[in-house]
Design a protein. Structure first.
Length: 176
């Protein structure tokens, strides 16, 4: 009698395992079992974080130290992702030295220098920046990210022709 229960249990276990395998294979064929996560480019992520910080307007609530901490963290994370610089563990001076080696445009370097210098004064010297300085730091952060971002990929000739529908179909009459 107990042999019958063991056989039924084994058959049930085989059926469950078979059903699970069937589900996995079915989903795999559809292509959504092990999809890699969508990774945004570093500049897109940084711009989104800057937009979020701008919407919070924490510098207008007298929380300049928090504002500059978040602003510099966004830029440091961007530098880590974009350039591979270990900016989270560096001082402002070390970051500026590394960035100077990478950048060819002096104005972009000066914008980052303004942000980091003001942030250091606010965070460590209890400096109270003027409202215009906060706005300038925000604008300079956007400028820095946009000027140092990866260039958009240039489509090759075939892709451009497909987009413009310039490739005539076979059997179609050629325009005169």
């Amino acid at each position: 009698m107990w042999v019958l229960w063991i056989v039924l249990g084994i058959m049930l276990l085989i059926a469950i395992i078979g059903f699970i395998i069937w589900l996995v294979l079915k989903k795999k064929r559809k292509g959504y079992i092990f999809k890699p996560p969508v990774v945004l480019p570093a500049h897109v992520r940084a711009i989104r974080e800057l937009d979020k910080l701008k919407e919070e307007k924490i510098w207008q609530q007298g929380r300049e130290k928090e504002f500059y901490s978040k602003l510099t963290d966004i830029l440091r994370n961007y530098l880590v992702e974009r350039e591979g610089i270990n900016a989270m563990e560096m001082t402002s001076g070390e970051i500026l030295n590394e960035v100077r080696k990478l950048l060819e445009v002096e104005s972009v370097y000066n914008n980052l220098k303004q942000i980091l210098s003001t942030a250091d004064l606010v965070k460590f010297a209890k400096y109270k920046p003027y409202p215009d300085e906060n706005d300038l730091s925000m604008v300079n952060a956007y400028f820095f990210v946009n000027q140092t971002r990866e260039p958009d990929p240039v489509p090759d000739k075939e892709e451009l022709q497909k987009e413009n529908n310039e490739v005539p179909e076979q059997g179609a009459a050629k325009p005169k």
